[in-house]
Every structure is written in C-alpha cells, then in structure tokens.
Write a protein that binds this ligand. Sequence first.
Ligand code: AMP
Ligand code: ZN
Length: 113
Amino acid sequence: MCLFCDIVEGKIPSTKVYENDKVLCFRDINPVAPTHVLVVPKKHFDNIIDVSSKEDGALYLDACAKAVSEVAKIEGLGTGFRVINNCGEDGGQTVMHLHFHVIGGVKLTEKMI
Ligand code: AMP
Ligand code: ZN
C-alpha cells in the first residue's frame, strides 16, 4: 500500500500538471508556494537511494529530471524555482515513494543552503 502508487493508478484523485509513460506530476495537496508540484515516477521506488540501486533507476531519474523542466515550462517558472527531494526519516520524507518537489512562482527566500 503506497499513497503515490494509488495516485499513479488513479485510485486517489490528483490535479495533474504533466504526465508521460514514466512520470506523473501533480499539485501538492498542501502547497508552500504558488507553484508546488510533485514529480513522481510511475514505478515505485522508496527514495533516491533505492532508485539508484535499481537497474532501470537511471531511466526513471532521467524522466524525472526532464519532467521537472516540463513542469517549469508549463508553470512559467522561467525566472527560477527550487527542486527538493526529502530522503528518509531524518530528511523529512513522509511519503515513501520517490518524488521531487518543484516549488516556485514567488521569490524564494527561506534558504537552508
Ligand atoms: P515529503 O514530505 O517530501 O515526503 O512530501 C510528501 C508531500 O506529499 C507533502 O508535501 C504532502 O503535502 C504531499 N501529499 C500528501 N498527500 C497528498 C495527496 N493526496 N495529493 C497531493 N499531495 C499530497
Ligand atoms: Zn509507491
């Protein structure tokens, strides 16, 4: 049982921004900026460590990177945006299906690094 697998399979609704055969990109239910989109591989990987260890992981990572660019284009984030991946408990990951947050639409100021 995985929340994002259920969203990918359409069992739970989401607001789609972009989709292809490898990724689904949809709006975060609790946005922290005008644009807050989650880029999610359609195949389940727990996190960035897991995907890196799998034979087909590179295909999905490449698809995620390209999907980030598509989302930025669709959302008009030409002046910049932030991509965040939380990994594991100490990294603040709450949904254990690999995903990248694409955040923008406002000048982002809260920087840890
Ligand atoms: P993370 O904390 O990095 O694992 O991110 C998980 C994200 O999923 C959070 O920002 C949540 O707001 C978001 N989220 C949880 N449930 C849903 C949902 N049903 N639809 C869209 N986003 C969700
Ligand atoms: Zn999953």
